[in-house]
Design a protein around this ligand. Structure first.
Ligand SMILES: Nc1ncnc2c1ncn2[C@@H]1O[C@H](COP(=O)(O)OP(=O)(O)OP(=O)(O)O)[C@@H](O)[C@H]1O
Length: 237
């Protein structure tokens, strides 16, 4: 990724006529715009619309086929919550050790977890409502608890920009509310939050900005205006 140009001051991530895809197959075409520092944006659109692909492009995991993406922060500094399913819940690791991986960008995989860092891990586990479960194996958690634990790892990492791919998919309502509150807290702290979401009401109530993507950009700006302009066919309820 390229460093941001002075003209893009105020942006954390900036796209200039970006196309992303796999081989010859384009998933995102000709996307330009920027995510302002401290903005909170929902990325919405139909299945296969290119939302996950866009996140991978922003993270530098996928190189643009055309155009360029600039980031204010080096890639390891970006926080990323991929779609759930990548982690084998039977892997014999404790909640505490799973969450402590969020320290790696700071101390490396083999760095010493000092008492203040251990306290940071404990505090993150408590902040997502999993206090008392730190010594449990991750396989003992319910689906909602598992997603809370993944958020705790991000809390420990404390990145300036957080990209989340369907963070509320499949979780119970109490967990969804708790996780939305954490997103809101990050926003209030001035972090840049970018989340792929499907639920229209949640986008409306929690995300000031929306990027609608169906292969091409269908809208990007204030949530109310973007949602009003969308055809229902592109926005499954
Ligand atoms: N690894 C891959 N190799 C080839 N094609 C892919 C790959 N990942 C995604 N695609 C294709 O790229 C297009 C966009 O997929 P993407 O997962 O980005 O969409 P999405 O909007 O996140 O969809 P969903 O809401 O279903 O998660 C789809 O046509 C998909 O089949």
């Amino acid at each position: 990724m390229e460093p941001l140009q002075p003209a893009q001051a105020g942006a954390d991530l900036s796209l200039d006529r970006v196309s992303l895809g796999y081989g010859a197959r384009l998933a995102v075409q000709d996307l330009s715009g920027h995510f302002a520092r401290g903005s909170m944006t929902a990325v919405i659109g139909p299945n296969g619309g290119g939302k996950s692909t866009l996140l991978k492009g922003l993270l530098g995991l996928l190189r643009p086929l055309r155009g360029s993406i600039a980031s204010r922060h080096p890639r390891p500094a970006l926080g990323y919550l991929p779609q759930a399913g990548g982690v084998d819940p039977q892997f014999p690791v404790s909640v505490e050790d799973f969450v402590a991986v969020g320290l790696w960008p700071r101390i490396g995989a083999f760095g010493r977890v000092t008492p203040p860092l251990a306290e940071r891990v404990r505090a993150a586990i408590a902040a997502v409502g999993l206090q008392g479960l730190q010594a449990h194996y991750i396989g003992e958690l319910s689906g909602g608890q598992f997603q809370r634990m993944r958020f705790a790892r991000l809390l420990v990492q404390d990145p300036p920009v957080v990209l989340l791919d369907e963070p509320l998919a499949g979780v119970d309502e109490a967990t969804a509310q708790a996780l939305l509150q954490l997103l809101q807290d990050w926003h209030v702290q001035g972090k840049t939050v970018i989340a792929v979401l499907h639920e229209r009401e949640r986008v409306r109530s929690h995300f000031p900005q929306t990027l609608a993507l169906a292969g091409r950009m269908r809208g990007w700006g204030e949530t109310r205006a973007v949602l009003e302009a969308l055809e229902d066919a592109e926005w499954p309820r």
